[in-house]
Write a protein that binds this ligand. Sequence first.
Ligand SMILES: COCC(O)(O)CCCCCNCCCN
Ligand SMILES: [Zn+2]
Length: 662
Amino acid sequence: MGTALIYDEEMTRYKLLWVDPSCKIEVPERLIVSYEALVKSGLADRCVSVPVREATDADILLVHSEEYLQAVKTTPFMTLEEMQDFCAQYGDVYFHPNIYHCATLAAGAALQLVDSVMTGKVRNGMALVRPPGHHSMHNAASGFCIFNNVAIAAQYAKQKYGVKRVLIVDWDIHHGQGVQYCFEDDPSVLYFSWHRYEHQKFWPKLRESDFDSVGKEKGAGFNINLPWNKVDMQNSDYLSIFHHLLLPIAYEFCPDLVLVCAGFDSAIGDPEGEMCATPDIFAHLTHLLMNLAGGKLCAVLEGGYNLTSLAQSVCQTVQTLLGDPPPRPANLDGPCQSTVESLHCVRSTHRQYWSCLKHAADLPTFDVSTKDLSLDESLNSEESKEEHVWPEPPKRLTPAIRAALLLPDGITCPDGCYRQSVSECLDPLIVTKLKENILTDSEDDSNALSTLSSLIDLVEKMEKDEVCSGLALVHDVSKAMKCVVPHAASALKNRVLVICVGDGKVPIHVSEDGKVLMVQLSNKESQEPESRYFIPVCLKKGCSDVSGFIQAILSLLLPLGYEYDPSLVVLVQMSDSGLCESMWLQLTSLLRGLAQGHMLVLMQKGNEACVSPTASSLLGDPAPSLGPLVAPLPENVESVEMLRHRLKADWKLLQTTAQDIG
Ligand SMILES: COCC(O)(O)CCCCCNCCCN
Ligand SMILES: [Zn+2]
């Protein structure tokens, strides 16, 4: 199934007709440069083009009042003065004779996207729309928004498709107060928004945008606000919030549909956001959401005012929706102090609502609301705002072969995958190396020899970007590891992240040089690790504690993986991994976000049934939903937390509390 792209140039046909400094950034070119970048990059052609439609009155009345709709309907017939008077009652929004029509198309586009995804016509999609939506309220326009496109889409999905749970992720840099108000008491819609806040000094300057607005009555816990109290936030800050706040709750909530208020004013260069996160981060944010709801994800454009970073960010998002692995995240750092404070506050505030946060620390004792008087922001006047420059996002080449499989005879190769032939012509150099290090002389049977040298051949194709990912079903995964890992680590620029799932003994000694980072997920008592680069994660009852396992992945393994930034991931399914298939597929899919998708999966013969589903993960298909999660086993939470506490000095992306940051 493909990716829908919804765009209609009619939505470029309105603009600001008078002088208003607060509205001048919302220009038609925003849509034009975004669409043109998708066309120029060839991404538009890879999408399924879906037409817009006009939202009906009934659609709009799902969120807005009759009188508000009627009032907006009169604007096309207003004089300029009447329009300006009409705007004066709202904040930071302008009207135009054609804006009502465009607003019905923007809302209609979001509904077309929901229809396309919910009917299975496409897997996911993006709608490029204006006017944006997340500020508009039941009775009022606000912040360039007329109708709340995403809120209408959520109500529509519930009403028309009986969707039980909708997750709305709002990565726009402004708080979508309109969405918050709409679903405040509704436990079927989980609204997550991060937003520039600066202790209520930044627009829309609302007290209810702070982290303690958790929702009301039945909706308590289903509204999550992450305030950015400083600017210049970076990729590490954004990833930390996803790993330690949004994703654990999202997996526990287990949505049937994910809607994204995809505003790109949170990208570097934007005059509103003044953040430093680079456009490629949106590939990772998208990727990290794509394994929820079985991949049913609808992204709807909100803000984004730097035409360069907007266009780049839109392309990063769409390319990931198409299944291409994200680019390697450039030089991640840890989250900054302000981020960790906000993270700490939100986690402890939501602890009572979400079992994944039960272990979260208490609210910090120090007064988090200390205005940072040291650097008076007002000094930060126009002149001193240096022009941000950033490199073009890395070319995300899509290797000719997305997944190459090395399978024993008799096992069919799943569709879309390339069968790695067991090489006949063995490279004598490799043969000797194998004989010396791996094969005991007794069994230098040609079969093992050819399998292992084919494995090496596969890894080399991955290094040359001829192949994106690989899967090998072998007799002995330990031997395969001993053959592949040292070989891959020996290449100069390589860093190899090895994840072993299962209780077998890891057959590789991990040196301190950092070329290999080994993580073993098993139910073996966690002994003291031999080296800084061997991390044993002990999960009782194997991996049947699904929520304990997903917690370990999201708040331990992924932060480690992103910070380590490997060039290759080797994922080993030891014989007795005891992992349920859907958990295994979530792990495979999530790890694809690393190493630009260069992942080699080693599976023990006997797990034939798992080959095809794993291959579809390697092809970019979303993993099936895990279903609603119960509380993780306390002893698993305990062991993961202890490990995290021990490792966070070395691995800064593991920090979640103000104390952590030291
Ligand atoms: C939902 O639309 C996307 C948006 O959130 O970006 C709208 C932002 C309105 C920002 C209003 N203040 C502008 C001050 C100009 N310096
Ligand atoms: Zn915005």
